[in-house]
Unconditional design. Structure first.
Length: 433
């Protein structure tokens, strides 16, 4: 009997292995020669440029000291370091030998021209929702306007067996939901356009959705917030911790200008997403994306300027003799208040830190990053910068300012081990681009 059970188990294992092998196998596509590329319509190329920007392709395919799209950008994962590929049209080391069909398969299925499965650090589980026409437009842009660069690929630093690409087929089987975006008949055309953009090319969930132990987005927790590069990507749901609810106009301002009057600025990993990315979208697409995100976060129609949180924060922003009594309040008054001072209404570009998103999050990471390193030109609002206080303030002093804002201005529970968190972020910082 035992022998029959063992043989039966082996038979099932063999059949399963054969079935998985058939599922995992993807044929190679023939390479194309440089002269086989068609002439692309300039309007299609321009649309591809906009879509590539909205998907911030250059951000993840450009190393800190490298040529645009030439790859080797290091992505730290919980399993090891993955280096992005050369996306330029170089025939030998880039994607110059990719046909339109091969490029579509990479975007829609996560399989390269040679038939190898791509690691899910490349968000094909989002790009699969894109139409063929949009994918083809990005291909036309890369093949036409991106300069070919011959670059030696840095090998991924993944342990065995995670470095075996065929095993990624199993990851896809478990977690990837392939197929184009299907419009929701109960929603407006504008909402559906925003959903198509958010869930597809801009892949918002890649940063704003928590992941499971195998690195897959938890579908049931879409947009519920996650940590990325030691920053916090806040929830884009009703659980968003902001004391003033996000609405359509706030999202529109944030995505277009990098600043939202009642929430703050686009800094850290979100900086290039806005300034080198989604702001390139046409006005109608920014409107659609804002409508969709506002619906997800549960926005109402109330005027933020009249909310109790805003009025209370404006009132508490007035000069107070008690500033002299508390270290954090004194430091805030001398180092911060001159720029963040609002009393009648909140001025765009001068965030009110009592209602600011970073002050109301469950962790102080985002606030500490900005206090230490400021907001530079490519981030935030055009024409507005904030100096960093990394060399001017000690860990104790940064922690004191953060504690003051959290308690006296936001009225939230104290962050634990605040000074230790400041020290850790000062030394280790975010992943540098």
């Amino acid at each position: 009997m035992l022998k029959q059970v063992v043989l039966g188990g082996l038979a099932v294992a063999v059949v399963g292995a054969i079935g998985f092998g058939i599922y995992a196998y993807k044929p190679a596509y023939e390479p194309i020669a440089a002269d086989q590329n068609a002439e692309f319509d300039p309007l299609v190329v321009e649309r591809g440029r906009i879509l590539a920007a909205a998907g911030y392709c250059a951000t993840c395919h450009t190393a800190a000291d490298g040529e645009p799209y030439a790859g080797n950008y290091a992505m730290e994962t919980g399993f090891g370091t993955i280096y992005s590929t050369n996306l330029t049209p170089d025939v030998e080391t880039g994607i110059g030998a990719y046909s339109t069909e091969a490029f579509r398969r990479a975007m829609h299925e996560g399989v390269d021209r040679e038939g190898r499965h791509l690691f899910p650090a490349f968000p094909y589980d989002h790009f699969t929702k894109m139409t063929d026409d949009d994918v083809d437009a990005i291909y036309a842009y890369i093949m036409t306007d991106v300069a070919p660069v011959k670059a030696t690929r840095t090998e991924n630093e993944l342990p065995f067996p995670l470095n075996q690409r065929f095993l990624q087929a199993g990851w896809k089987l478990l977690f990837a939901d392939f197929g184009r975006y299907t419009p929701d008949a109960d929603q407006s055309d504008e909402w559906n356009r925003g959903a198509y953009l958010a869930e597809g090319i801009t892949h918002c969930g890649a940063c704003h959705t928590p992941r499971n132990a195998l690195g897959a987005e938890i579908a049931s927790a879409q947009f519920e917030g996650a940590e990325i590069d030691r920053w916090i990507a806040p929830a884009l749901t009703a659980d968003n911790p902001s004391s003033v609810p996000w609405n359509t106009s706030e999202f529109k301002s944030y995505l277009k200008d990098g600043v939202a009057t009642y929430h703050g600025i686009a800094a850290g990993p979100m900086g290039p997403v806005v300034h080198a990315g989604v702001r390139e979208l046409p006005e109608a697409d920014l409107d659609a994306l804002s409508v969709y995100l506002a619906d997800k976060v549960g926005a109402g129609d109330t005027d933020p300027a009249q909310s109790d949180a805003v009025l209370a924060s404006l009132d508490s922003n007035r000069p107070d003799p008690k500033y002299r009594r508390d270290l954090g309040a004194r430091l805030y008054a001398t180092a911060c208040a001159s720029c963040h001072y609002n009393t009648q209404q909140i001025a765009q570009g001068r965030p009110d830190l009592g209602i600011n998103s970073s002050t109301n999050l469950d962790t102080p990471n985002n606030l500490i990053h900005v206090i230490l390193d400021g907001v530079n030109g490519p981030e935030g609002m055009a024409g507005v910068v904030m100096p960093g206080f990394r060399t001017a303030l000690t860990d104790t002093e940064v922690a004191a300012i953060a504690a003051y804002l959290r308690d006296a201005r936001a009225g939230q529970p104290a962050w634990p081990e605040l000074e230790a968190t400041v020290a850790d972020i000062r030394v280790n910082g975010p992943q540098a681009h």
